[in-house]
Design a protein around this ligand. Structure first.
Ligand SMILES: Cc1ncc(COP(=O)(O)O)c(C=O)c1O
Length: 501
């Protein structure tokens, strides 16, 4: 490169910046875009929840590398015509699949502000990091954690759970394990969670080098809560054969049916056994904001670490995962690494240590904290708690509608905000899978599926603050209508044509 530069010296061209030549034009375009996106959210009910991507639209995203410039208005038109109409659909109140938050206009605006600041929250001394520290302090307060607890925004709970496993691993093996690897002692480490835990716990064991075989998945009761006596017995068996139990992961809201483990008993067991107690509270942890749900989460305040997502029940736009660790020193032990180019100072821009990069694997980090700070301040946590309570009430309404309808069958107790049910049919798994796809393609609603004891369930997770009883009614009508069609077609052995919205 140096030789090439010497041979062909680079010219300093005038006006090579990426800033617009005409700011007024950009401003006018920006206002149009903002107006459109406010309309997009405000009019969400008028559109299908989701729609399949036509082949010609998909093909547009196989285009060659754009070497020449295009007008912002032209690129924006591509967005309005070919991207926005084919998004996931979770802004829509009829979206009930997986566990997706609805986002808010406030979050959208905060994202725009964060993008303008273009702050890098890996480190250095600037107020965006103080905003993140402010949110960390608020999360500590929400979850009853002490002053020394540290926290960090991450992509999502999958990442937060992985980081918790790494902190627990380093705590169990000592900091030197970061240098030498997990060694023989690491090969004896065993972790525990329930059979209903999210798959990312097992993946965290794989990625951390401990191996998913070292994760014991303990049986659950009928409500999908971990069998604490069974857990205790397994720990004892493992100790007997020379293993080294080090971590228990409790669930505050299982992904399938929203079960909350007996967190207080898990905390007591972990204290007794000297184990790290981590809680996967992806969506359920924010239940502490709901006076109706908070008692179900008793014990969460005793955890060593908690993973949660603001992009689920917190309604913050994606992504806004979070990890909270009781002992900030243990947290830093797992990740902090000195480097000459990251030298800290007592003053100047390199002040303010420890930096967020000392608490996780990322050095470059966006300003996820801003949209969360705006959300918490603009709505207040009482209002967010009310939204959470209401989601659970809507799940109760859906449960009641299912129980009143002989053609439908509830497949799991409704613990929180998730309802698993099915249309009664001979080949129920096949029929219900088809029903869910039919409903998604109709644009009426977007439930997902899960498998409970081999039975395929239509799964509705009520997470979106916009969801109302009319959306539940629409889901029920759609299940009954598509169910009737599918079972009639089964008899006649033909494909059902899609219903229009
Ligand atoms: C209980 C639970 N844990 C972990 C996750 C993974 O979270 P994320 O998708 O934010 O990585 C989810 C996602 O729904 C979940 O429900």
């Amino acid at each position: 490169m140096t030789r090439m530069l010497r041979e062909t010296p680079l010219q300093v061209e005038a006006s090579e910046t990426l800033d617009p030549r005409d700011w007024d034009e950009t401003r006018a375009q920006a206002h149009r875009m903002l107006d459109d996106m406010i309309d997009y959210i405000a009019s969400v009910r008028e559109r299908p929840v989701w729609q399949p991507i036509p082949d010609q639209v998909r093909a547009r995203f196989r285009a060659p590398l754009p070497r020449q410039a295009s007008g912002l208005d032209e690129v924006y038109r591509e967005f309005t015509d070919f991207i926005a109409p084919y998004a996931t659909g979770n802004v829509h109140p009829g979206f009930m699949g997986w566990v997706h938050g609805g986002g808010t206009a406030v979050g959208m605006l905060a994202e725009m502000l964060a993008a303008a600041l273009n702050a890098n929250l890996g480190g250095r001394d600037h107020v965006p990091i103080e905003v993140e520290r402010q949110v960390v302090a608020w999360v500590r307060e929400m979850l009853g954690f002490p002053q020394g607890a540290s926290g960090l925004f991450v992509t999502g709970t999958s990442m937060a759970n992985l980081m918790a496993v790494l902190v627990a691993r380093t705590t169990a093996l000592g900091k030197l394990a970061r240098q030498h690897g997990i060694g023989k002692e690491g090969a004896r480490l065993t972790a525990y969670t329930s059979k209903a835990a999210h798959g990312c716990i097992s993946r965290a064991m794989e990625i951390s080098g401990l191996g998913s075989d070292a994760l014991r998945c303990i049986n659950v009761d009928q409500c999908h809560r971990i069998d604490v006596a069974g857990l205790r017995a397994q720990i004892a068996r493992d100790r007997e054969i020379g293993m080294k139990p080090f971590l228990v992961v409790g669930s505050a809201g299982t992904v399938d049916i929203g079960a909350i483990d007996d967190l207080a008993s898990l905390a007591a067991l972990c204290r007794e056994e000297n184990l790290w107690f981590h809680v996967d509270g992806a969506f359920g942890a924010l239940g502490v904001l709901s006076p109706a749900l908070a008692p179900l989460l008793t014990g969460i305040e005793q955890a060593d670490s908690i993973a949660l997502d603001f992009h689920k029940w917190g309604q913050v736009p994606y992504d806004a995962g979070f990890l909270l660790v009781r002992n900030g020193e243990r947290h830093r032990d797992a990740f902090a690494a000195p480097a000459a180019y990251l030298r800290r100072e007592a003053r100047g821009l390199a002040a303010g240590s420890p930096w967020p990069c000392d608490l996780g694997p990322d050095l470059s980090r966006g300003f996820r904290a801003l949209k969360t700070w705006f959300t918490l301040k603009t709505y207040g946590v009482e209002k967010l708690g009310t939204v959470i309570t209401r989601c659970c009430a809507l799940a109760g309404y859906l449960e009641a509608r299912i129980q009143a309808e002989p053609r439908l069958e509830l497949l799991a107790p409704v613990n929180l905000n998730i309802v698993c049910f099915r249309y009664r049919a001979d080949d129920a798994n096949k029929v219900n899978r088809e029903i869910v796809i039919d409903i998604q393609e109709s644009g009426i609603a977007a439930p997902s599926t899960t498998l409970l004891d081999g039975r395929l369930a239509i799964r509705a997770a009520i997470v979106n603050h916009r969801t109302d009883t009319c959306d539940i009614d629409a889901l029920i009508s759609a299940v009954l209508e598509f169910g009737a069609r599918r079972t009639a077609d089964e008899l006649m052995n033909v494909e059902a044509p899609p219903l229009a919205m």
